[in-house]
Design a protein around this ligand. Sequence first.
Ligand code: KG4
Ligand code: ZN
Length: 365
Amino acid sequence: MLILNKTARVFFKPSKRKVDGFLRSFNFHPGILFLHKIVLGIETSCDDTAAAVVDETGNVLGEAIHSQTEVHLKTGGIIPPVAQQLHRENIQRIVQEALCASGISPSELSAIATTIKPGLALSLGVGLSFSLQLVDQLKKPFIPIHHMEAHALTIRLINKVEFPFLVLLISGGHCLLALVRGVSDFLLLGKSLDIAPGDMLDKVARRLSLIKHPECSTMSGGKAIEHLAKQGNRFHFDINPPMQRAKNCDFSFSGLQHVIDKIIMQKEKEEGIEKGQILSSAADIAAAVQHTTACHIAKRTHRAILFCKQRDLLSQSNAVLVVSGGVASNLYIRRALEIVTNATQCTLLCPPPRLCTDNGIMIAW
Ligand code: KG4
Ligand code: ZN
């Protein structure tokens, strides 16, 4: 019946208004007929104000992003009202820049997609109220987006990964392992019981005062730890990875942070320096925390792969592990995960860094 009705519309002589509406829905340009929808994606869940225009085949037509990292580095962490104010100051410009770069006029959009959860309530609110105003003004459909689902599905923008696949999301705010069975069909296998790995690395970097280190002053905590770790010796400190006996795929990072805190205090005493000065052993500490983090993440991921394979939830020979989030750009952690995927006949896929971190493209896609 539905098909008949749809077909009937083509055969009955439609009014000019209906023809215009129909062509608009396919983004008609004089001389060109694009048979695909175009979506504006808006992301403000944490400390990035981002927007992008993407078509349904995955072409990124325009993108813009404003990062608040520099401000939050100075204050020693994200202060939600500050993040909210910065989103307010930038959202209009960022959306306009993304639209301008795409060459698409707002009336040609098929829908507006916006992150609605999870994230910082004050930050999310800015994106949501801006989007709802735009939706109302342009009379376009609104697509609410789950931030983690968007991260998990980003890989399909650049790689034809079939469902199901395993995803590991590791960033400053996220830490989870999930089986992705479909576009909105996820099986959560494990998550952090406390803080995310990026949050822990940021805290360690702050405690080590790496912002004062001439080579690391503009880097995020995690990146500074990776940079310094290359000059350090991880064997100088013997730290056990967390949750070695837990028979599940959950994670924990706050215990590790406390162990590192104690080591730093001890070293400050030994080296006779005040809190806030840079330890001579900072690189060794960075190497040790990075190594322990990598071991923990790799071991939990190994368990998840074995669990899925034993229960035939993942292909025995063609299983795929997708790793995303800011911490996924850490090459040492990637190498640890490579060891796991090689040993379990899995393929390891990571989106490029700009798609690993928060962005508007993944929301539009
Ligand atoms: O995905 P993201 O941009 O934002 C969210 O947290 O959602 O990730 C940022 C986090 C920060 O905690 C940062 O320290 C960490 O990712 N990060 C890294 C590296 N680059 C960024 N952690 C380890 N190694 C890196 N190279
Ligand atoms: Zn994120």
